[in-house]
Design a binder for this molecule. Structure first.
Ligand SMILES: Cc1cc2nc3c(=O)[nH]c(=O)nc-3n(C[C@H](O)[C@H](O)[C@H](O)COP(=O)(O)OP(=O)(O)OC[C@H]3O[C@@H](n4cnc5c(N)ncnc54)[C@H](O)[C@@H]3O)c2cc1C
Length: 526
């Protein structure tokens, strides 16, 4: 359905932006019984929310900056999300070597981690930190730099598939009566003579048809784009787009079962080498993004060199170079800045601006999306009908015993229920041993691609391969050699003729080569 086809165009709330912030607000608002609609100008999770480090964490470094409340809120959210979304938000071990020539000392790490564990609350004993001797550190991190090594510390946080989190929040918001549209931009906001919001003009970016949506409340959750809809009300305080990038390697290069967290030798910023979906990611950077934010961001050669210098320092014997890299991912942090301090020292806290029915919420972290949602809805309260009772979400934690697919392992079922919520039973109901096999070198099932193509508002091949499933990010050449198989499998679900498939495949390959190929192997047309 397109937005112009909606019959009743009056809403309690229009949420603008289909990243994790907008999806979280939409989910919460629909769950509270509000008549909510979400508009996303490009694809769901197209922005920063598909390009993060995928960590659900308190952020140890914020403790160092004295941000106890931010850290506490985030680690409590981590605990909540682990319980609410098993199979999507999963525990992740971290290990961090301690050296005596740079970075935090053993004593300060111990204090920091004790506070970190304490802030997570009394019920998190299993997430307490550990200390490792130098010998244990060398065993746990093969090839670790021996010089000046003192010991290592271990702690637990969590990992999430960021784009799937966004899609699951939207899916549940729709189950609770909300409506969500991708490729639909909030072009402008109408106000009455007193300046109060009365409507949003939405444009379907594929047909360019315009639709007016009546509402008294709009939440602008457009991340780094927030000032396009509402300029900052604070003088000299603006969004500073900061790019963070990751390099993606095949697992064989350094098989990992936990995150290696280390300080970069040049600037002592934390850098992570971590496992994700059968690949190994190295990131991230933190540099000013001075390109057009409307375009796909991409990693610079300088960022790649910086990350590899850091890795070489910590694992000096590892024979790894940019040639081994499969892909790169870049995202832009919506950071609010007044003084333009060093990028990594900018605050990651969110802001909420109120303007007669238009609430803007930006900044923050993936981890704290629910706190942002509550703050934004609280700020919008005056313009919303009295909240109804929170509806009962469909029971997503208990698996449907009648889904029929007894052959499927517990781990696969957990993956499906985590990523697709209650819709997992649809995937399981259509169990077929052929589509329940994994795409080579990934944890993704062919059946997931079919489900996404059929049910998840896919409009381009890159929606499917970069955000519904993620194989475009961790298969060599973006999975180019699978495109014909994907066409055969998905043709029944996508209304594309032969010519459209050819165009989609070409457009996807071009996009991948231009923005996701590793620096140095990219189409340098941008
Ligand atoms: C490299 C990197 C690593 C990170 N790692 C982590 C991490 O490990 N853990 C963590 O907790 N956080 C992390 N973050 C932060 C986190 O990713 C962001 O805070 C979060 O994704 C921001 O979500 P958002 O919804 O506010 O913005 P976005 O995800 O950017 O969503 C905004 C959306 O609004 C849409 N939009 C813009 N204008 C309009 C309009 N007019 N109409 C309709 N739609 C519009 C855009 O297309 C976009 O999709 C990381 C960030 C980066 C850059």
């Amino acid at each position: 359905m397109r937005i112009s086809d909606i019959e009743n165009k009056s809403f309690d709330l229009v949420v603008v932006g289909g990243g994790v912030t907008g999806a979280g607000i939409f989910n919460e608002a629909s769950g509270r019984g509000l008549k909510a609609i979400l508009l996303e100008a490009k694809d769901f999770a197209w922005g920063t929310s598909s390009r993060s480090s995928k960590m659900v964490h308190g952020g140890l470094r914020y403790l160092k900056q004295g941000k106890f409340l931010l850290t506490k809120a985030a680690v409590r959210e981590r605990e909540r999300l682990l319980k609410q979304y098993p199979g999507l938000v999963t525990p992740l071990d971290f290990i961090m070597p301690v050296f005596d020539h740079y970075g935090p000392s053993k004593a300060s790490m111990k204090i920091g981690l004790s506070i970190y564990s304490f802030l997570a609350g009394p019920k998190t004993k299993n997430r307490q930190h550990k200390s490792f001797s130098k010998a244990q550190a060398l065993e746990l991190i093969p090839g670790l730099r021996k010089e000046n090594l003192v010991s290592a510390v271990g702690f637990k946080d969590a990992q999430v598939d960021d784009a799937r989190l966004v899609l699951r929040l939207i899916h549940e918001g729709c189950l609770n009566g909300g409506q969500a549209f991708n490729y639909t931009k909030a072009e402008s906001i109408e106000r009455n003579r007193k300046g109060y919001v009365t409507a949003v003009n939405a444009v379907d970016t594929r047909t360019m048809t315009q639709t007016e949506l009546k509402t008294k409340a709009v939440i602008n959750a457009t991340g780094v784009f927030a000032e396009n809809l509402h300029p900052s009300p604070v003088k000299g305080f603006h969004i500073r787009p900061l790019r963070g990038s990751h390099l993606v390697f095949p697992r064989e290069i350094y098989p990992l079962d936990r995150v290696i967290s280390f300080m970069h030798p040049e600037d002592t910023r934390p850098v992570f080498l971590f496992p994700w979906e059968g690949s190994v990611l190295l990131g991230t950077t933190d540099v000013d993004h001075d390109r057009n934010i409307d375009m796909e961001p991409y990693m610079s050669q300088g960022e790649a060199v910086y990350l590899l210098i850091g890795l070489k320092h910590i694992l000096p014997d590892l024979d790894i170079s940019l040639d081994d890299c499969i892909a790169s991912i870049a995202g832009i942090r919506p950071v609010l800045s007044k003084k333009k301090v060093k990028a990594s020292r900018e605050s990651r806290e969110h802001v909420v601006w109120k303007d007669k029915g238009l609430i803007t919420v930006t900044g923050g972290k993936l981890t704290t999306f629910h706190l942002l949602a509550k703050d934004a809805l609280n700020a919008a309260k005056k313009y919303l009908p009295k909240h109804l009772e929170k509806k009962q979400y469909p029971d997503i934690s208990s698996h449907d015993p009648n889904d029929g697919a007894h052959e499927v392992s517990k781990a696969v079922r957990e993956r499906l229920y985590g990523r697709y919520g209650s819709a997992a039973h649809l995937i399981l109901k259509n169990y077929d041993p052929k589509t329940f096999s994994r795409i080579e070198n990934t944890s993704t099932l062919w059946a997931e691609i079919c489900y996404a193509a059929e049910y998840e508002n896919v409009h381009t091949l890159s929606d499917l391969l970069l955000r519904r499933v993620r194989i475009g990010l961790f298969l060599p050449k973006g999975g180019q050699n699978l495109l014909d198989d994907i066409e055969i499998l998905c043709s029944p679900f996508l209304p594309w003729d032969k010519k459209r498939w050819e165009n989609e495949k070409k457009a996807y390959i071009d996009l991948w080569k231009t923005y996701y190929a590793p620096p140095g192997k990219r189409n340098e047309t941008v």
